[in-house]
Structure formats: structure tokens, C-alpha cells
Design a protein around this ligand. Structure first.
Ligand code: ZN
Length: 375
């Protein structure tokens, strides 16, 4: 059992961050704004203005933090196995003679006690991430197929669409649903630190000059400034990295997969060639796999992470993910806004590799055949 599977182990870092944020807020408002700017320098309106700005930023951070945890990273709805082969139900195994008389639906489901047909497999999507044999990735904990870019979170115990990373400092997973809130939190945190550092720095020489005794500056003011400098050094690069990842449509997980030991790791994609109805399995290096979803247009990529409406990008509220009410069990309808669209360049690359016979295997999926016969 890993330690990070215990809530009490995961809770200490967020508690420390919250305590430091509260301390910085008190120290800034009381020690700097009230004791120094308001009383010592008698700049009453400046002190009140700076205090209000600080309180608004702190409140914004707490509101965002609560939402990141409350909205959550999103939970991938359960996806039934793909119909790669004809299903063999208990009835089919016993009486082979009747096979021709039975209708198609029997091959895609099993009979339940009350005689209705319960669907057990679905038509495979055009493109899915798979293993070397062309089988889709399966989560044995959730008993579901893992959709493209889904990753199982051990901490939360379910599959997360577009899993980004587990944020140790805020204590939850960042995924498709709360990603925008997380980026906003990082950016506003950065603004908060710059605000505290800049305003403290501008008053610091005056405070030092105004006193003869030691200490010339209240230590809380210096500690707060040092904390904010440290936080800036952490949050600044983090925000910049996430903005860059969004513009090239990558998740932290996909980037990490190419940085560390897993550099040699392989990925596979199963793709239905619309020209001949055959499926092809392609092998990729982890580095190439980063580019599956990159639309090669920074604005389109950003919209996939931050939401379709630009004016909501800075609105510190809500999520762009619609509520899921699937009417059928089919892949697209179950996933809705969690569905990941491959880039045109990836589809072109796959077509080129088919022409060059650069694939590991090819097969015909039963689900694709039944789909053809229907249309
Ligand atoms: Zn899972």
C-alpha cells in the first residue's frame, strides 16, 4: 500500500498551504497595511486600498481551490467492451443450428432473466489507443474500457478523462473537468505573490528609514515577502509550462511519459480505414504519442482545455463540461465532451503509414462489419 493512498497523508500539504496563505494574508493586512502604512505613514486610503486588493485575491484563490476539489477532475463514464468478435452467448454455444434464424441483436448482447436483450458490447470507435494485439485498454478496477487519454487514479479510485497530474499542494487530481480552474488558480496565485512582493518592496526602504531601533522591520513582513518569493519561483514556471502544454495539446502525464525512464515505452493505436473497412494497429514511441491530439493551432488547442468561450477563460467559476445523460451505450454518446478528437495530421500520418505498409497488424472487427451492413 502506497502512502499517498491514505487521505491523511495527502492532506498535510494542502493544510500547510492553507495555513501559510492565511498567515501571509494576516501579516500583509495587519503588519504592513495597518501598522506601517496606515499608522506609521498615515497613508490611510492607500492602506485600505492595498488591504482590499489582498483580501479579494485571497478570496478568489480560496473560491477557486474549493471549486477544483468540488468539481473534481471528472469521472469517465463506463464504456462497454468493443465488439471486435461475434459474441457467443450461452444459447449460441448449445444450439449451433439456430444461428441463422437469430437476429443480429443476439450477437451483441445476452438474454437476461426477464427475456430482454442486455447490451454487452458496443461498436468500436474509429480510433482508439490499444495494446500490441489491437485490444482496447481496459481498467480492471472500474471494469470499463479506458477512453483515449483516460488514466486511472489510484488516489480517487476511478478513471479520469484527460488525466493531467495529481496536485500534491492542493490535494486533488487535475483532469479534464477542473483543468481550467487549476490553471486559473495557478495564475491568480502568481498574481497574488507579485502583488504582495511589489507593494511590500515599495514600502520597505521607508520602513527601514523610519526606525532607529532593532528590528527595523517587523519579521512577519520579511517572512511573508520571502514566502511569496519562494511561491513565485514555483508557481511562475508551473503556470508557464501549463500554458505551453495547452497550446500544443499535451497533458503533464504525456510529457512526463517521455521525460523519465518510460522514454522507450511504446504506444499503440487501432484505426479503422474508411476506404476498405479494415482496422490497422500502429506502434508509436511515447514521444510521438504526445502529438496525437495536437491540432497545430494554438487557439484551437487552448479552447480544448479552457473551454469554447474565450470570455469564460478568466471567469473563476464553473466548468465547460456538460452533464452526462447518455441515451444509448454507444461510445460517442457515453463520452460526449470527454471524447478526444485526433488531429488531422495524425489521421494523415496513419493513412501514409497504411500506404507504406508501416503497421504491426491488420484485422476486421465484427462491430465495423455490422455497422456497414446497417448503413
Ligand atoms: Zn479505472
Amino acid at each position: 500500500m502506497r502512502l499517498d493512498q491514505y487521505w491523511w497523508f495527502r492532506a498535510w500539504a494542502p493544510v500547510v498551504v492553507f495555513a501559510l496563505l492565511s498567515y501571509a494574508s494576516w501579516s500583509y493586512c495587519y503588519e504592513l497595511c495597518y501598522n506601517e502604512i496606515y499608522l506609521n505613514f498615515s497613508q490611510k486610503s492607500v492602506a485600505v486600498g492595498l488591504m482590499c486588493g489582498e483580501v479579494v485575491l485571497t478570496a478568489l484563490l480560496i473560491v477557486l481551490w474549493v471549486q477544483i476539489v468540488a468539481v473534481g477532475p471528472g469521472k469517465q463514464p463506463k464504456i462497454l467492451p468493443f465488439r471486435l468478435f461475434p459474441d457467443i452467448g450461452p444459447n449460441d454455444a448449445e444450439d449451433d443450428d439456430n444461428d441463422d434464424d437469430e437476429d443480429d441483436s443476439n450477437m451483441t448482447g445476452k438474454k437476461t432473466d426477464i427475456g430482454t436483450i442486455q447490451q454487452t458490447t458496443i461498436r468500436p470507435p474509429t480510433l482508439y489507443q490499444c495494446d500490441p494485439q489491437g485490444y482496447p485498454l481496459w481498467c480492471s478496477t472500474c471494469q470499463s474500457i479506458k477512453a483515449n487519454r483516460t488514466h486511472h487514479s489510484a488516489a480517487l479510485g476511478y478513471c479520469i478523462p484527460r488525466f493531467d497530474h495529481y496536485c500534491f499542494w492542493i490535494g486533488t487530481v487535475v483532469g479534464r473537468k477542473n483543468y481550467r480552474l487549476f490553471v486559473q488558480f495557478a495564475l491568480y496565485f502568481w498574481v497574488f505573490c507579485i502583488y504582495v512582493i511589489a507593494s511590500t518592496a515599495s514600502y520597505l526602504p521607508g520602513i527601514i528609514r523610519s526606525r532607529d531601533r532593532i528590528p527595523r522591520v517587523n519579521p512577519n513582513i520579511l517572512i511573508t515577502m520571502a514566502l511569496c518569493c519562494m511561491a513565485t519561483l514555483m508557481v511562475g514556471p508551473l503556470s508557464s509550462a501549463h500554458i505551453y502544454y495547452m497550446t500544443v495539446n499535451k497533458t503533464s502525464l504525456e510529457v512526463i511519459a517521455t521525460n523519465r525512464r518510460s522514454k522507450a515505452k511504446k504506444n499503440w493505436i487501432c484505426y479503422l480505414n474508411p476506404a476498405n473497412g479494415l482496422r490497422y494497429v500502429f506502434e508509436f514511441r511515447a514521444l510521438d504519442a504526445q502529438d496525437y491530439w495536437n491540432k497545430h493551432n494554438a487557439f484551437s488547442n487552448l479552447k480544448e482545455f479552457m473551454g469554447p468561450n474565450v470570455y469564460t477563460w478568466f471567469l473563476p467559476m464553473g466548468t465547460s463540461i456538460r452533464k452526462h445523460h447518455p441515451h444509448t451505450l454507444e461510445y460517442d454518446d457515453v463520452l460526449l465532451s470527454y471524447k478526444e478528437e485526433p488531429s488531422d495530421s495524425l489521421l494523415q500520418l496513419l493513412q501514409d503509414r497504411i500506404s507504406n505498409a508501416d503497421f504491426s497488424l491488420t484485422f476486421r472487427a465484427f462491430g465495423d462489419k455490422t455497422a456497414e451492413s446497417v448503413s
